[in-house]
Ligand binder design. Structure first.
Ligand code: B12
Ligand code: SF4
Length: 548
């Protein structure tokens, strides 16, 4: 591979695409597509109860941590801030990370670089590289398809296969709910760990699987439980993390690694909590005891319809599985695709009702969306069913179909999607209420667990349930009276159970803090109705830096 002539003396700028994001503009920002996980795709119909938070651009954070060249990382810049950094410092290499929806921004950033520092080499990476004709859409020197750490190392003349140095990453920032800022930063939020990229299951629509090799392929940054444990222990000591967000598309599929991690956690008395993504078939290879001892406290799982053919669901009774997981204190985020090939105007409502009947803590809905690089995209393109003339900025699965569906129109796709989010909220209540339910179930089952690590984990969570969360229940009970009286009563029941468990103190907190939360929730509702949106802060981090 061709390397940069300056090798590790080259000055590198790595940047995410520019904001603001939650607005409609000519570069491809869309109000419906904010830079927020939950508000964008999970709790968007939950108003002031929606969980709001931002996540850093982990791909370029990993690249920065694994090169020896002087490097600036720019996360969530505005267009002006990106241009200013280009002129404030001279860069030999400008690396831009993006996904497909943001290709318009990549084009503009390349234009800015060419104008302000024509000597810089422009490298584009991330999922945007799955666009087959990206070379003709943006003015870049290199387009990197797939894993970027080894590519960048090799481009700088370093060993592309050296072990991966994992930076300490605070999982979320700017968290807020019910109009109140939640504590974040070291010690109070989880650390993100990225054990692998890709997924070997190869579902036909899945871009992450396709981008890192497709069916049967994936890339492990950490092969063994020992390696993974060492990374987690290092991050624990660096940012005082007891909870980890395992950013691996199918963490539990790697069973040998997960079980070795469990052994080491036991040996070293680690009472860690793990949030993971996993497919139903992978989860069912573990006993509940193994999952609980491994600290699995939050699980993101695909819940496609009973009639879908996905291998990840084979042999799994997802209704039973979800119920059991919650009974063991494991919060479940179910993810359901709206608009699968067998969906029609007549059956879609019952398919959505079925998904919602899982009663998960959170529910993500996404439109079935053919995206370049996936087998589904190829199939739909070959059949001539891709809709012409759409902008890439509008193809993200949270608005309308980008293809001709046999049974559902494009406008109806949006109606059904919006209805799915609303119906889940109306029928199951705010997600924060549901996680309180799961936490209490877990606490009752495990408060006397013989495993001190498990007890300690539930005790940590319970401190929140007996205080702040109970006050939130007090507020939700009142707010939900006008939405669904039955759910409002269920919330009251839960609050009473919590108070029975935690006594007078929790009742006092609910009665004192509850009215304050009622007020902040009302204020937040008014702000949102007036069009308030949230944007992540710009972050600049320099490494191996020496002023030029
Ligand atoms: C965290 C995340 C987010 C965060 C964004 C954080 C941020 N700062 O950008 C949030 C939650 C806000 C988000 C939102 C959305 N996301 Co998102 N997100 C993810 C997620 C879960 C993890 C990304 C990650 O860090 N992965 C781990 C790192 C290590 O992998 P990576 O980013 O791919 O980076 C590697 C390579 O791609 C490459 N690389 C990356 N950047 C660069 C740069 C250079 C210069 C080089 C050389 C290489 C390189 O090297 C890295 C190491 O190998 C992925 C799924 C996944 N498992 O990856 C989806 C994913 C990236 N998101 C996706 C989508 C569609 C969206 C949304 C449109 C979703 C929606 N409609 O609801 C919105 C868009 C918001 C917006 N306005 O831009 C898709 C992208 C599909 C595509 N083909 O473009 C993914 C793949 C999920 C999926 N399977 O559909 N997302
Ligand atoms: S199991 Fe999940 S991550 Fe894996 S290919 Fe299927 S959709 Fe993608």
């Amino acid at each position: 591979m061709q390397t940069h002539p300056k090798g590790i003396r080259a000055r590198v700028l790595l940047s995410g695409v520019f904001g603001p994001y939650a607005q409609d503009d000519e570069f491809g920002s869309r109000a419906i597509n904010p830079m927020e996980l939950y508000q964008n795709q999970v709790t968007r119909a939950q108003g002031a109860f929606s969980l709001r938070m931002f996540h850093r651009s982990w791909g370029i954070m990993l690249i920065q941590a694994n090169i020896s060249a002087p490097c600036t990382l720019l996360d969530f810049p505005t267009r002006e801030e990106f241009a200013r950094e280009r002129t404030a410092n001279q860069y030999d290499i400008v690396g831009i990370s993006s996904i497909i929806v943001n290709v318009g921004k990549v084009k503009e950033m390349c234009r800015i670089v060419r104008e302000l520092s024509p000597q810089s080499i422009i490298v584009i990476g991330g999922h945007v590289a799955a666009l087959p004709d990206l070379e003709n859409m943006v003015d870049a020197d290199h387009i990197v398809r797939g894993e970027g750490i080894s590519w960048m190392r090799q481009y700088l003349g370093e060993d592309g296969h050296a072990p991966i140095n994992h930076p300490a990453i605070v999982s979320a920032l700017g968290s807020r709910m019910m109009g109140v800022k939640l504590p974040d930063g070291p010690g109070s939020t989880a650390a993100t760990i990225i054990p692998s990229v890709g997924c070997p299951m190869g579902c036909n629509f899945c871009t992450t699987s396709a981008f890192f090799g497709g069916k049967g392929k994936f890339i492990n940054f950490y092969e063994t439980g020992d390696e993974l444990y060492a990374v987690m222990e290092k991050v624990e000591s660096e940012i005082d993390a007891h909870a980890f967000f395992m950013m691996d598309e199918n963490f539990l599929l790697h069973r040998t690694r997960a079980l070795r991690l469990l052994e080491l956690m036991k040996e070293n008395k680690k009472s860690w909590a793990l949030s993971v993504f996993a497919s139903a078939n992978a989860i069912s290879k573990y006993s509940m005891q193994e999952l609980v001892e491994l600290g699995i406290s939050w699980l993101w799982m695909g819940l496609e319809s009973e009639h879908s053919q996905y291998a990840k669901l084979h042999g799994a009774n997802t209704l039973k599985l979800t119920r059991e997981l919650r009974e063991h204190g494991i919060r479940v985020l179910g993810s359901t695709i709206v608009g699968l090939e067998h969906h029609t105007r007549d059956n879609i409502a019952s398919e959505i009702e079925y998904a919602i009947s899982h009663g998960t803590d959170f529910h993500q809905f996404m439109l079935y969306t053919p995206v370049p690089g996936t087998p589904l995209y190829q199939e739909i393109a070959d059949q001539g069913r891709l809709l012409p003339g759409l902008e890439w900025a509008d193809i993200h699965g949270q608005d309308k179909f980008n293809f001709v569906h046999p049974g559902i129109s494009r406008d109806d796709s949006k109606r059904f999607l919006d209805w799915a989010f609303w119906r889940d909220f109306e029928r199951n209540g705010p997600s924060v209420y549901r996680i309180c339910q799961t936490m209490l179930l877990g606490w009752k089952r495990y408060k006397n667990s013989p495993d001190a690590r498990v007890r300690e984990r539930f005790e940590r969570e319970m401190k929140k349930l007996g205080s702040g969360y109970n006050a939130a229940l007090w507020t939700m009970e009142r707010k939900f009276r006008s939405i669904n009286l039955t759910v409002s009563r269920q919330i009251r029941e839960l609050r009473r159970e919590v108070e029975k468990e935690f006594g007078l103190a929790s009742r006092v907190v609910a009665n004192v803090v509850g009215p304050i939360l009622l007020w902040t929730t009302g204020r937040e509702e008014r702000r949102l109705a007036a069009g308030k949106t949230y944007e992540p802060p710009t972050i600049i981090e320099r490494k191996n830096w020496v002023e030029a």
